[in-house]
Design a protein around this ligand. Structure first.
Ligand code: EPZ
Length: 422
């Protein structure tokens, strides 16, 4: 398995171009199941999760081409098998996003239940309950969701008990082809949901309220847009680079990013003493670190609140602040696994349920550590860049699911980081 070896501490200098958003690309690729003709996407990031998604779609009979150099994906959705098998869904929980479009388009689907993952049980009950209200029969047998609807799904009013990003995305795709009007209340407002909705509108969908907690969809027939859909910049990759700049006290310039999608992250880092020069029109952000950082207290929340996907990356920054910070994780029940690994590097963090207390500033020293999940692995890379000496990170397949060869972006900035097989 691949591992990373990092020599720290290093100050970085230069400019980073942000890649396309993983969590925007995934629902968009699955939305191809709604159509009969080819759909094209550009600025698609080179990530394992994209590989897995295309393998899953091809397994159903689609034919996809991925020009990795140009970042172009073409999908012809000739679907012969309406099955999303465990083989793929066990690698990537977002395989659940096949459920909505298959039911909407074909009236039936057999989709593997996504297992839990390191950060939590991550059930999909909200997806299934909503589909049942729309007239879909759901049976769960031998680890698979069997969904069937006699004619067309019918539009209804739905209230999500908790904000769910992929739940909103699944139901958006179903409602777009439903018979009648659907109202999604307590809907997710993430930019990924907006991008999916905008793509469906280009395909002829009738959607209002994207980006708010109430989305109204009037079902219609859809036609694959001729124009390629460009995948927008990854807001969590952007946030991760912000954390890299803050933790290593490096002045970095980010390009092809969307500062307006990171308001809550900018606010937290500004409270620590960091300065930003953002230009949404030019899609740039300058990060100007401070000599000393103030501690802050943060609660993770659905968008536009502070993102849970930035919690681990923030924590390593807080270990360098002058004082005691608190981080409360409200989205997932087990998203502090990076804490044990950070402790091995010298961080001083106490856990009490979903609250983490971070004591700073802590000098970190390099050690062998293990990645446990996608964002935790990013946090360990940042820690390795700050720690005195060598840090070896194993199981970095977690990292490659969501970051396009992070070490290849870091080295030109001055980082001493190598990938090797262990
Ligand atoms: C999406 O996951 C993201 N993944 C996650 O990013 C992100 O952390 C998460 O949203 C929260 O922002 C993709 O977009 C592919 P949820 P999702 O449904 O949709 C509970 C990353 O690092 N819940 O919004 O699976 C759930 O357990 C990944 O890129 C139910 O109980 O998350 C969680 O506590 C990690 N029943 C909360 O709601 C359901 O049916 C939010 O989950 C659905 C969700």
């Amino acid at each position: 398995m691949d591992a990373l070896l990092i020599e720290g501490p290093t100050k970085l200098h230069g400019t980073v171009r942000i890649s396309g958003s993983k969590n925007t690309a995934l629902p968009l690729l699955f939305s191809s199941l709604l159509f009969d003709t080819e759909v094209t996407f550009s600025n698609v990031p080179r990530l394992w999760d994209i590989e897995t998604t295309l393998s899953l779609l091809n397994d159903m009979g689609a034919s996809s081409q991925w020009n990795k150099e140009e970042g172009i994906v073409r999908i012809v959705p000739k679907i012969e098998r309406r099955v999303a098998s465990y083989e793929w869904v066990k690698k990537m929980r977002a395989g659940i996003l096949a459920l909505g479009p298959l039911v909407a388009k074909y009236g039936e689907a057999k989709v593997s239940l996504p297992g839990g993952c390191a950060i939590g049980a991550r059930p999909v009950n909200f997806h299934l309950e909503a589909l049942q209200k729309m007239g879909v029969t759901i049976q769960v047998e031998e680890g698979y969701i069997h969904a069937k609807v006699k004619n067309r799904v019918r539009g209804v009013e739905l209230d999500f008990p908790q904000v769910t990003v992929t739940g909103t995305e699944n139901l958006l795709m179903v409602a777009a082809m439903a018979d009648g009007t659907t109202i999604l209340r307590n809907a997710a407002k993430e930019p990924e949901v907006i991008s999916l909705g905008e793509f469906l509108i280009k395909a002829g969908a009738n959607i209002a309220g994207l980006g708010t907690s109430e989305i109204t969809i009037i079902g219609s027939t859809l036609k694959a847009p001729k124009e390629p859909m460009e995948i927008p910049a990854d807001r969590i990759e952007t946030g991760t680079w912000m954390a890299i700049a803050v933790a290593t006290r490096s002045r970095l310039r980010l390009e092809k990013c969307r500062p307006r999608e990171l308001t809550s992250v900018i606010e937290v880092f500004e409270k620590m003493g960091v300065h930003f020069e953002c230009d949404d029109a030019r899609e740039t952000m300058e990060i100007i670190p401070a000599e000393k950082y103030s501690p802050v207290d943060v609660i993770t929340e659905p968008y536009p609140g502070f993102p849970t996907d930035m919690q681990a990356q923030l924590m390593i920054c807080l270990s360098q602040a002058e004082g005691i910070s608190h981080v409360c994780e409200t989205i997932f029940e087990n998203r502090f696994m990076h804490v044990d690994e950070l402790t091995r590097l010298g961080a001083k963090i106490e856990l009490d349920g979903n609250m983490a207390v971070i004591y700073g500033p802590q000098k970190l020293s390099g050690a062998p550590v293990m990645a446990t999940d996608l964002r935790a692995s990013a946090c360990l890379v940042i820690a390795g860049l700050c720690a005195q000496g060598a840090t070896k990170i194993s199981r970095i397949y977690h990292l490659d699911r969501g970051y396009q060869r992070l070490e290849e972006k870091l080295r030109p900035l001055g980082a001493k980081i190598e990938r090797f097989k262990e």
